[in-house]
Write a protein that binds this ligand. Structure first.
Ligand code: GSH
Length: 267
C-alpha cells in the first residue's frame, strides 16, 4: 500500500505544489491523481476523496483521508518523524511553524492579485498597496529566519523544511511577477528557483494541461528567471543510465542525450 495524492494543475495550483513537495522531500512516491482545472469542479473530479473538496488531499496507506496542505504536512511529519520535514531543534521548529502558519492563514492580497502561474513571467507589474504590505511582511519574517539559521544552509531554517514548502509558491509568485526584493529575500527566492524538486514540478507545469486564459494578466512578459535549461537533444532509443523515470517512477519510453549520456522518461 502507498499514499494516494490528489493534486490540481501543476502550473496554477499553488496549494498542490506544497502537497507534492512534502512527498518529494520525504522521498515517498505516492500514487498521484490529477484534477484538471479546465474540467468540472475539483470536488466532482475526486469523489473517491470525499469529503475533501480541495487539492491537495491525500489518503494514507491505512486509508485515512487528510486534506489541507498544512494538515498533510503535520500528519506526514508525525508519521515520518525522521524524514526531516521539521528540525529536531525546538527553537528552529517553533519558528518554522510560525512561518508556515502565517503563510497558511495570511497574505491574501498577494495571493489574490498574483496567482501562481508557472508558465509565464511578467515584467513591470503594478502592485497594490495591500500586496506591497504583504511583500514587506514576508521579507521581514524571511530575514528574521535567515539571520538566525543561514550558517546551517540556504533555507529558512538552514535545512529544507515545511516552512520552505509553505513558501515555495510565494517564491514562484515573486519570480513570476517581477517583485523587487532585498538581497536576502532575492537569494532565498533564487534558492527555490534552482531547487531540483521545484524545477521538476515546473517542468511538469510546462508540459501538462492546458494554458488557462483566466490566469493571464495584461502585463509584458519576460523569460522565466530561474536557471537556464540545459541543452539536450531527443534520441530514438536507450538504453538510458536511469532505470526509472525521475518524474513518474515508471519505465522510460522516451530518451534524450545530454553531455554524452542518455536519460529516459516515461512521458
Ligand atoms: N487551505 C487549503 C487550500 C486548498 C485550495 O484552496 N485548493 C484549491 C486549488 S489551489 C482548490 O482545490 N480549489 C477548488 C475549489 O475551491 O473548489 C490547503 O492548504 O490545502
Amino acid at each position: 500500500m502507498t499514499y494516494d495524492l490528489f493534486i490540481g494543475d501543476y502550473a496554477y495550483s499553488s496549494w498542490s505544489l506544497r502537497g507534492w513537495l512534502l512527498f518529494r522531500a520525504l522521498g515517498l512516491k505516492p500514487q498521484v491523481h490529477l484534477v484538471d482545472f479546465n474540467k468540472a469542479g475539483v470536488a466532482e473530479q475526486m469523489p473517491q476523496a470525499a469529503p475533501a473538496r480541495t487539492v491537495p488531499a491525500m489518503r494514507t496507506p491505512d486509508g485515512t483521508l487528510v486534506w489541507d496542505s498544512l494538515a498533510m504536512a503535520e500528519e506526514l511529519h508525525s508519521r515520518h518523524p525522521d524524514g526531516g520535514l521539521w528540525p529536531d531543534d525546538p527553537a528552529a521548529r517553533g519558528l518554522g511553524r510560525s512561518l508556515a502558519c502565517e503563510m497558511h492563514s495570511g497574505f491574501t492580497a498577494l495571493r489574490g492579485e498574483c496567482p501562481m502561474n508557472l508558465r509565464t513571467a511578467y515584467r513591470d507589474v503594478p502592485l497594490s498597496d495591500a500586496t506591497k504590505t504583504d511583500i514587506a511582511r514576508i521579507e521581514t519574517i524571511w530575514t528574521h529566519a535567515r539571520e538566525r539559521y543561514s550558517q546551517h544552509g540556504p533555507w529558512l531554517l538552514g535545512n529544507y523544511s515545511i516552512a520552505d514548502i509553505a513558501f515555495a509558491p510565494v517564491a514562484a509568485r515573486f519570480a513570476g511577477y517581477d517583485v523587487t526584493l532585498s538581497d536576502v529575500a532575492q537569494a532565498y527566492v533564487d534558492t527555490h528557483l534552482s531547487d531540483t524538486m521545484f524545477r521538476q514540478w515546473r517542468t511538469m507545469a510546462l508540459v501538462t494541461g492546458d494554458t488557462l486564459p483566466w490566469y493571464a494578466k495584461p502585463f509584458d512578459t519576460r523569460p522565466w528567471p530561474g536557471p537556464e535549461p540545459v541543452p539536450a537533444r531527443p534520441v530514438d532509443d536507450g538504453p538510458a543510465v536511469n532505470a526509472t523515470c525521475p518524474f513518474t517512477g515508471g519505465t522510460p519510453r522516451y530518451f534524450l542525450e545530454f553531455e554524452g549520456r542518455i536519460f529516459g522518461f516515461e512521458n
